[in-house]
Design a protein. Structure first.
Length: 471
């Protein structure tokens, strides 16, 4: 059966795999005895502590082909690492083989064709740096350290998604090594099933080695509204924010955070880490092209603690929150898609937010619609285009002794909000590995069966089945 895989059972078996990889790859091969082993198995989320048998740090697509060939021969559990920034830590596995693409950093921008070809180890900050040389962008994530691969394969929320769509919507083509070791180019004409699955279907279809993105004019400056509101007015502000989203033009992507005042030198120290409501929105066009009027409703939601709105470089916007999610701290995130944000749902959300276990924990409400909803529901594997909101419960903490408390808060808040959900969950904010089986139908919805058929067709022996089961 495809799912019947096991990791190498002995140290001798692990050595055989490592030795064969060293003979075949140009990139570095790291086993348990290697001095760089702990660094190689570490990912962004400090909650993840897995011990693979071997890490194959590929230098290019040819290395990936060899790693897949050796995996097919010896059948270890396989995981695939791009940026290593995913919450569930699916980039690393216990006692198996990590196919590590993090050193594959090539980016080529064609400003005339308005395309960018980027390898799978590139982060959004690195891609934005290259595309912004030409005042072009493809919609990326909200944290610049996030890898382009995992975010795009899962759909890809971003600050301008109502204007430019999800990250996966800009994928023109991709290169993928499938389980048989074949290097395939997938687009609308060639390998259309792979192309469909890779845009929102998550992991488990093969090893994507590069993406070709379409680019749109944006930047180098963009206009953004960022307003901090006092927490004692939270309920009124959240209701006003919800109402303002209904009339927001597609050029505006509003976002609401129940969080803490950042410890920014520009903000009075006495406010640092105190709870607040942050209403943000980004204008997805030239900052002098009606941006102020379009963003004005997002700045008129209630009493103001601080108004940090203005015009900023796009690369600064994209990296503004990165420092607040540092490598090695501990994270747990689960989300719901919602068609409406009722007064009762807002009350429940605020009740659970008031119990946040740490100042680093937060609740994020993102708005979809616009360009996200204009893509046909079956055009890609992303299954939640008609939802209006995504509500993400994000626990963040430093002390391992807080693990149980922080995760329990996030899971309990998620459970409490479930009755308001439209039944969907975003794959990139879907908890940890143990949450996967419970949420599979919610993640992929009506697309789950087609995804299963595509995976079976390209991977009949289930080489990537463990990856497919992860969030």
């Amino acid at each position: 059966m495809p799912d019947e895989q096991s990791a190498p059972s002995t140290a001798a078996a692990e050595r055989v795999i490592a030795d064969e990889l060293r003979s075949a790859l140009r990139g570095e091969v790291i086993d348990r005895a290697h001095p760089g082993y702990d660094e190689a198995r570490t990912v962004w989320n400090g909650l993840i502590d897995r011990h693979p048998a071997v890490v194959a740090r590929c230098s290019g697509t040819a290395d990936v082909v060899e790693a897949v060939r050796i995996a097919r021969e010896h059948r270890p559990v396989v995981s695939i690492r791009g940026g290593g920034h995913q919450v569930a830590g699916s980039a690393v596995c216990d006692d198996g083989l990590v196919i590590d693409l993090s050193r594959m950093k090539g980016v080529h921008v064609d400003p005339v064709a308005r395309t960018a070809r980027a390898q799978a180890g590139v982060t959004w900050g690195q891609l934005d740096r290259e595309t912004q040389l030409h005042a072009l962008a493809t919609p990326g994530g909200e944290i610049s350290a996030t890898g382009i691969a995992g975010l795009t394969l899962g759909g890809g929320f971003g600050f301008v998604m109502r204007t430019l769509g999800l990250s996966c919507d800009s994928v023109r083509s991709l290169e993928i090594v499938t389980a048989d070791g074949t290097v395939r180019t997938a687009d609308r004409e060639k390998e259309p099933d792979l192309y469909w699955a890779a845009r929102g279907g998550g992991r488990g279809i093969g090893v994507v080695t590069s993406f070709e993105f379409g680019l749109r004019p944006l930047g180098p400056e963009v206009a953004a509204a960022v307003v901090l509101h006092p927490y004692e007015h939270a309920e009124a502000v959240v209701r006003a924010w919800r109402d303002a989203t209904y009339t927001a033009p597609d050029t505006v992507t509003p976002e609401l955070l129940l969080w803490s005042v950042p410890a920014d030198p520009a903000i009075p120290r006495e406010l640092h880490r105190s709870p607040c409501v942050i209403a943000g929105a980004v204008y997805g066009g030239p900052p002098d092209d009606g941006a102020a009027a379009a963003l004005a409703p997002q700045r008129a939601l209630g009493p103001v603690l601080m108004d940090l709105s203005g015009t900023v470089p796009y690369v600064v916007l994209q990296s503004a929150n990165t420092w607040r999610f540092p490598d090695g701290e501990r994270y747990f995130m689960k989300s719901h898609f919602m068609d409406e944000l009722t007064d009762e749902a807002i009350g429940t959300l605020l009740d659970w937010d008031s119990r946040r276990p740490t100042p680093e924990s937060l609740v994020v409400v993102r708005t979809l619609g616009g360009a996200v909803a204009r893509v046909a529901p079956d055009d890609s594997a992303f299954a939640h285009r008609q939802a209006r909101f995504n509500v993400s419960i994000d626990a963040g903490w430093r002390d391992p002794a807080m693990d149980g408390t922080a995760i329990e808060w996030a899971r309990s808040a998620w459970d409490a909000m479930k009755r308001f959900s439209s039944g969907g969950t975003y794959v990139n904010f879907a908890g940890l590995g143990e949450d996967a089986s419970e949420l599979r139908g919610a993640v992929f919805g009506s697309h789950e069966e087609r995804l299963g058929r595509i995976r079976a067709a390209y991977d009949p022996e289930g080489l990537f089945a463990p990856a497919a089961r992860m969030p």
